[in-house]
Design a protein around this ligand. Structure first.
Ligand code: IMP
Ligand code: MG
Length: 175
């Protein structure tokens, strides 16, 4: 563990409260539409997906997908590579992509194109935090947790060099 404790940007309570609001909206929007397929984007979304899914009262299944970007920090270059695919056939299914953070937007843009080509009944996105100043490509976000400034955030699944993922809040580090 790093000796420096990241400064709080979004508290554990604020995250909990927002997830309850988002999940209530998802429960309402997908009521009566069959089993919703949640696709968590590894690794960063694993904690968000765990908490969000446990607030859902509608039937849902859990899938994971993993991507990596060629850029040094995130997908600055815009080149995204698929590391691990979902295991289920999503054709004709309602799909919700669950992502930790939208930075440039290249990652989510890539995932939307990839999954849309498989003809799901619907494809929606749920993103915990968005760096408004950094967005390079217009990506449709259906459910958003928080907008944040252009700072490097850690905790609640997010890392800096694989550190701080299990902090219960979202904090800021100065690398
Ligand atoms: P994109 O730039 O929107 O494609 O985001 C690429 C990926 O970079 C995200 O999915 C995160 O995994 C990572 N990332 C971007 N900004 C941060 C940050 O502030 N903290 C931790 N990970 C980040
Ligand atoms: Mg990510």
């Amino acid at each position: 563990m790093s000796p420096v404790k990241p400064e709080t940007l979004i508290s554990e309570d604020a995250i909990k409260k927002r997830i309850k609001e988002i999940s209530a909206q998802i429960n309402q929007d997908f009521a009566g539409k069959g089993t919703l397929v949640l696709v968590g984007v590894l690794k960063g979304a694993f904690i968000f997906l765990a908490d969000l899914s446990r607030e859902l009262s509608i039937p849902h299944s859990i899938e994971f997908i993993a991507v990596s970007s060629y850029g040094k920090h995130g997908a600055d270059s815009g080149a995204v590579r698929l590391l691990m695919d979902v295991r289920e056939d999503i054709e004709g299914r309602h799909v919700l992509v669950v992502e930790d953070i939208l930075d440039t937007g290249y990652t989510l843009d890539y995932l939307i194109s990839l999954l849309r080509a498989r003809n799901p009944a619907s494809l929606s996105t749920c993103v915990l935090v968005r760096k408004t100043e950094r967005v390079q490509v217009e990506v449709k976000i259906d459910y958003l947790g928080f907008d944040i400034p252009d700072v490097w955030v850690v905790g609640y699944g997010l890392d800096y060099a694989e550190q701080h993922r299990t902090l219960p809040y979202i904090g800021v580090v100065n690398p």
